[in-house]
Structure formats: structure tokens, C-alpha cells
Ligand binder design. Sequence first.
Ligand SMILES: [Zn+2]
Length: 143
Amino acid sequence: MQAAACNFCGKQLTVDQVLYTADARVACRDCNAKVDLVQTDMKVGHNIRNASFYAIGAAGLSFIFNPIFLVTISSMISAIYSLTAVNRRGDERFTQHIQKDKGAIYACAIIALVINAIVIILIFIAISQVSSQPKHYGEFEYR
Ligand SMILES: [Zn+2]
């Protein structure tokens, strides 16, 4: 380790003042704190984006694997969360980091909701067919 200049404000730092950001850039204590804050905000923003990606992934998965509709339910929660969070007033410090992803977030969340709606309708159809079937088994009345 040797003395270096802060990568952000250019201040000369002695060895014991040198800090490293998560992406390994040299920072003074003040700049490191600011970068930390921005990275935390970014993380929240990315969580909103990831929620929409999860929603569409779970919606697709729910066709194959959907114990007690848990996958559909969690997909809907994530989709609704990402849709509301991406435009929430006062949260610009988080959402400014995902502006370029907004279109993708909307698309994923809305498609996820549509898929979830289809899954729920299919489940209702399946349930209503099972319950309308005759009680005596062994005879084939449906074709
Ligand atoms: Zn600095």
C-alpha cells in the first residue's frame, strides 16, 4: 500500500487515509461514504428491477411447479411491488438508477400479471371441471 490520490475529489491521501470502494477505487473518507450511500441506493433500485424479473420468471415457472399457488402468489406480489416502487414519489434516489430499465420493468411485471391471471383462470376451470364430474368413477362420460 502506498499514498494515493482520491479517485473522486483528487485529494492527496496518506497511507492510513486510503480507503477502497467496492469496485476497488481509491477514495478519501468523505467520498467513500458518498459512494457507499449511492451504492446502497442503487441496490434498492436494482431490487425493484430484480423483483420484476423474478415476477416473470416465477410466472413462467408456475405452469410447471406451483404448490398451493405459492409461485403465482409470489410472482404477483413481486410484479405489483416493482410496478408501484418504480414510480413512487420521493423514491427518486433509488429509481434514478433504474431509469433505463423502466421499460423492461413494466414489460416484465405486466406480462407476469397477465400470465398469473391466465394461470388463475386455468386453475378455476380445472377446479370447476373436477367438481362437476360425476361421482361414480370407472365410467367414461367425457370424451
Ligand atoms: Zn475524496
